[in-house]
Design a protein around this ligand. Structure first.
Ligand SMILES: [Zn+2]
Ligand SMILES: [Zn+2]
Length: 705
């Protein structure tokens, strides 16, 4: 059986694990990628599997980084059931609809610009309608109850204590008479977190997949953070200002409400006027109240004594924009909890605009503030910020309390791990690179078990408790020359074996190369012209010469059209490649600029390439494009296989035992090719002028051929 890590590998978003056993394929989670652009790109385009061939999805919890691509999955043909707890199902119905709405609005905004420029329009990843359809697939699970999904798969959900409804998942998979037990920690909660139970202790796992968000950090303890919160509330109320708390709608908002209730009951702070100004938070709170049975003991008791943390005479959920705006005219005495948690979107921005300049106000940050967000700028002590295009002076006090995480910290994770009496193999996921690796070392030392931090897309063959990466170990050793800028990818039988992106696509704006960046193929354009000519020959419109000095010239002579027009029609369109010809001074976003060294040794951007007939458009392609082209050629889909072999013959590299097509231009160097049997595509693209052949040789030699 096999496990592939399609998300949350050396990063915290996009959780998605593909398990293959017997004739079944299932996913654990199907989350949205967030954060850096190269990760977010993965939300678009195809999945690395066929959605219709997935037999079931097991969903750990409702957070969008675990559930956010489910509507895309069903939109693209997934027909099976999605197993989740009842709370998770209810929360998903509002979270996914909200996410669909965001996708639609984003694309609509971008399309307004594209329409004005007469460019092709984008379609959203999914819509509100898709999200609604997805809900029909949900099967509601009860904690601790074991069910049979297929004869070869049994599942049990255990309380993860992370947000309401979140689960640790236990899976028993039987293949060839042998049963392997998997445990997915999902996102693991904190001890003594408000509202939710503590995480359930598990004692056995052949294969354990554990998160590591806070693998190297410790949180403020519960009493410490309550005292800190009381201090901030009292100081702000004494000064007569408002207390603004940016908070995620799901989980954090309810945690804060709970803590404020506890402090009010103890008399540590006065009775407060609390406004929850986030429609999504209001809806999520309603869902919470439908599932009181899942609350922890303390919260259930509070509910029974009519001291609900979520309602009461002084807790107000604003509904309309008017109600929200009315809060802007109040200069003090309010606690306003509003989304988003990083203050980079949502209604919180309006409240900040009306309060930041007030000396008596306080902004309290209770969640992680990512680089580049308004919340982070405030945290870093900005004296002035821009909100909705207007400069706003920061006179308010900015406070941070770190203890409100819904994730276990290092000590919490370790104490959960120490409860196991048997672990066969550990995979550490869902953490920043450093956090995952250092936490993995700690586990290996403490528990004396094999630990791996999988790379994104890496897959492992599991034999008993042994896990063998299907990526040949030589790829793990793979390295590029220091100055290499570009992308490398190896794919065998449609499975990615290795990929890496290095250096900058655009130096001036510091845009990094990513897996989808398009590169100038330089003289490798000739190969495309040869393919186009062969296609014409197949249609009886031309003869394919044995050899030619200049295939573009031949193509132009025979077709009477510009070669790039014929290649686009005969090769790029039928292969459905996103490759295209561009003039170098008119590159679209997502294409790498070429960097070349002048005779005086200066490194410059190559905007104009002087070619045979003056300025010609250059062919740009990405690594996924060339991989797809190679697969189509190997499958005989573009041209009959004997013709493909004939075309490729001159490109055979005897030493490496692979086909190798090279291309060059000032500021561009590429090499791609591979083998036709077990189609293996090796692609190295660069927007510099060195390191390409070095990388290609290493990758072509790898893979145990
Ligand atoms: Zn989560
Ligand atoms: Zn998560």
């Amino acid at each position: 059986m096999r496990i592939q890590f399609l998300g949350a590998a050396e990063c915290t978003s996009g959780s998605c694990y593909l398990l293959s056993f017997g004739d079944k394929q299932i996913l654990v989670d199907c989350g949205l990628f967030q954060g850096p652009e190269e990760l977010k790109q993965r939300n678009y385009g195809d999945f690395p599997f066929v959605p219709a061939e997935i037999d079931a999805v097991i969903l750990t919890h409702a957070h969008i980084d675990h559930s956010g691509l489910l509507p895309k999955l069903t939109r693209l043909g997934f027909k099976g059931p999605i197993y989740a707890t009842a709370v998770t199902a209810d929360l998903c119905s509002i979270m996914l609809a909200d996410s669909g709405h965001i996708q639609e609005t984003e694309v609509e905004r971008k399309n307004r610009k594209l329409r004005r420029r007469g460019k092709p329009l984008l379609t959203p990843i999914y819509t509100v309608e898709d999200a609604a359809q997805t809900m029909d697939h949900f099967r509601r699970m009860v904690y601790d109850e074991e069910i049979e999904v297929f004869p070869s798969l049994r599942v049990r959900f255990r309380d993860a204590g992370h947000i309401l409804g979140a689960a640790i998942v236990e899976l028993w998979i039987t293949e060839e008479g042998e049963t392997t037990k998997f445990v997915f920690s999902g996102d693991l909660g904190n001890q003594q977190q408000p509202v939710v139970q503590d995480p359930t202790a598990i004692t056995e796992a052949d294969v354990l997949i554990v998160e590591s968000t806070y693998g190297i950090r410790l949180h403020e303890d519960r009493e410490g953070r309550l005292e800190h919160l009381a201090e901030v509330v009292n100081r702000t109320m004494d000064k007569g200002g408002n207390l603004l708390i940016p908070a995620f709608a799901l989980g954090r908002t309810q945690d804060i409400l709970h803590s404020l209730r506890v402090l009010q009951d103890r008399g540590d702070i006065p009775e407060l006027n609390i406004y929850i100004d986030s429609p999504l938070a209001s809806k999520a709170t309603e869902v919470f109240l439908k599932h009181v049975g899942d609350f922890d003991y303390q919260t259930r008791t509070m509910m029974q004594e009519n001291r609900s943390p979520f309602h009461g005479p002084n807790v107000h959920f604003t509904e309309t924009v008017e109600e929200s705006m009315r809060l802007n005219s109040v200069s003090g005495g309010l606690v306003i909890i509003s989304a988003s948690g990083m203050a980079d979107a949502g209604r919180i921005k309006h409240h900040l605009k009306h309060n930041l300049w007030r000396r008596e106000a306080t902004v309290l940050l209770v969640g992680y503030q990512a680089e580049g967000t308004l919340g982070r700028r405030l945290q870093d002590g900005a004296e002035e910020v821009r909100i909705h295009g207007e400069p706003v002076r920061v006179a308010a006090e900015i406070e941070t309390i770190s203890g409100f995480s819904a994730h276990a910290d290092q000590e919490g994770l370790l104490s959960w791990l120490r409860r196991f009496s048997h672990i066969g193999q550990v995979f550490v996921t869902h953490g920043e690179k450093e956090s995952s690796h250092r936490f993995a070392e700690l586990i290996a030392q403490e528990l004396k078990v094999p630990v791996v931090v999988p790379k994104l897309d890496e897959s492992f063959e599991l034999k008993g408790a042994q896990a063998l990466s299907t990526w040949d170990t030589s790829y793990r050793e793979f390295s590029v020359e220091e100055d290499f800028a570009g992308v490398c990818q190896v794919t065998r039988r449609a499975e990615i074996q290795y990929r890496g992106a290095f250096g900058l696509a655009q130096r001036r704006f510091k845009i990094r190369n990513n897996y989808y960046t398009a590169f100038n193929l330089g003289s490798a354009r000739q190969f495309f012209a040869k393919l186009a000519l062969a296609r014409l020959a197949e249609q009886g419109k031309a003869n394919l010469p044995q050899a030619a000095e200049d295939w573009e010239g031949e193509l132009e002579r025979i077709s009477g059209e510009a070669p790039w027009i014929v290649v686009a029609r005969e090769v790029l369109a039928p292969a459905q490649l996103s490759s295209a010809y561009y003039y170098l001074d008119q590159l679209p976003a997502g294409a790498a600029s070429g960097y070349t060294t002048t005779r005086t040794g200066q490194e410059v951007e190559n905007i104009y390439a002087i070619l045979r007939e003056g300025l010609m458009p250059q062919l740009f392609a990405s690594a996924p494009d060339l991989t797809r082209l190679w697969q189509l050629l190997a499958q005989g889909e573009l041209l009959p296989l004997p013709v493909v072999e004939e075309i490729l013959a001159p490109y055979w590299d005897q030493r490496l035992q692979v086909y190798k097509i090279e291309g060059k231009a000032p500021g561009a160097q590429v090499a791609f090719g591979g083998t036709l049997e077990e189609p293996t595509a090796v692609v190295v693209l660069s927007n510099g002028e060195q390191g390409v052949l070095h990388a290609f040789e290493q990758l072509a030699a790898g893979g145990g051929r």
